[in-house]
Design a binder for this molecule. Structure first.
Ligand SMILES: CC(C)(COP(=O)(O)OP(=O)(O)OC[C@H]1O[C@@H](n2cnc3c(N)ncnc32)[C@H](O)[C@@H]1OP(=O)(O)O)[C@@H](O)C(=O)NCCC(=O)NCCS
Length: 194
């Protein structure tokens, strides 16, 4: 059983934490967030301080981390926090809610979060620190770039190539075979056909 540090203690953290608890594979889960009081608890897990404590926690033997600051578009903070954790040599497990369906023929890179009832089909590749949020669908052979966020209930049909740092809004639909350039922001409910 390993120990996990969640970097960011807000709403997205609660989704990730709930999934991590349901996975039942972490012996201890600690949260870092500058906006929360050290010693307080989020869903039964201790807040240890802010991200300046990453080194101290690494020395205490916590070697797994997930970036749990949420984002709607701008991934800069998530990227900065990942760089900071990289410098201390953290590993990034994929956190997959047990209700999600992930094909054994899909490939997930480190630090990916897959929320409740999400589906990732065969041949899909999900880049590091990407978020596949609650109920999102990633169809066969899609590539999802690093730090991209596919928000709740969005659908990416087969063979799409979604580059890095893209935001796909809640309930958006992308038809098959599209390429979406990096940093593009797709609005909630948008239907993209070209
Ligand atoms: C597109 C978006 C960023 C616009 O936000 P905003 O700049 O605050 O815009 P406003 O809410 O002031 O709306 C401006 C106009 O755009 C329209 N609009 C807002 N969001 C829209 C959307 N998703 N699709 C179509 N029109 C939209 C509004 O109706 C409004 O129209 P009006 O000027 O005719 O009244 C936002 O609505 C959105 O889609 N955010 C993504 C949220 C999301 O997916 N969250 C998932 C979290 S997991």
């Amino acid at each position: 059983m390993s120990k996990l540090v969640l970097i960011g203690g807000g709403g997205h953290c609660k989704s990730v934490l709930d999934a991590a608890l349901r996975m039942g594979v972490f012996q201890e889960i600690v949260i870092l967030d500058p906006g929360l009081n050290a010693g307080s608890k989020v869903m039964g897990c201790a807040v240890y301080g802010d991200d300046d404590k990453l080194g101290e926690l690494r020395e205490k033997g916590l070697d797994n981390a997930v970036i749990t600051v949420g984002c709607v578009g701008d991934t800069l903070l998530r990227r900065k926090l990942a760089e900071k954790a990289d410098a201390y040599g953290y590993s990034y497990p994929a956190i997959i809610d047990p209700s999600a369906v992930v094909s054994e023929f899909a490939k997930l890179e480190p630090g990916v979060f897959v929320g409740k009832n999400a589906v990732i089909n065969a041949g899909a590749q999900i880049g590091r620190h990407a978020i596949i949020n609650t109920g999102a669908i990633i169809e066969h052979n899609c590539h999802i770039g690093a730090f991209t966020h596919v928000a709740v209930g969005a659908t990416v049909c087969g063979d799409c190539n979604i580059e890095e740092d893209v935001f796909i809004g809640a309930g958006a639909t992308l038809i098959q075979g599209l390429t979406i350039e990096k940093k593009r922001f797709i609005k909630a409910g948008e239907v993209i056909v070209r």
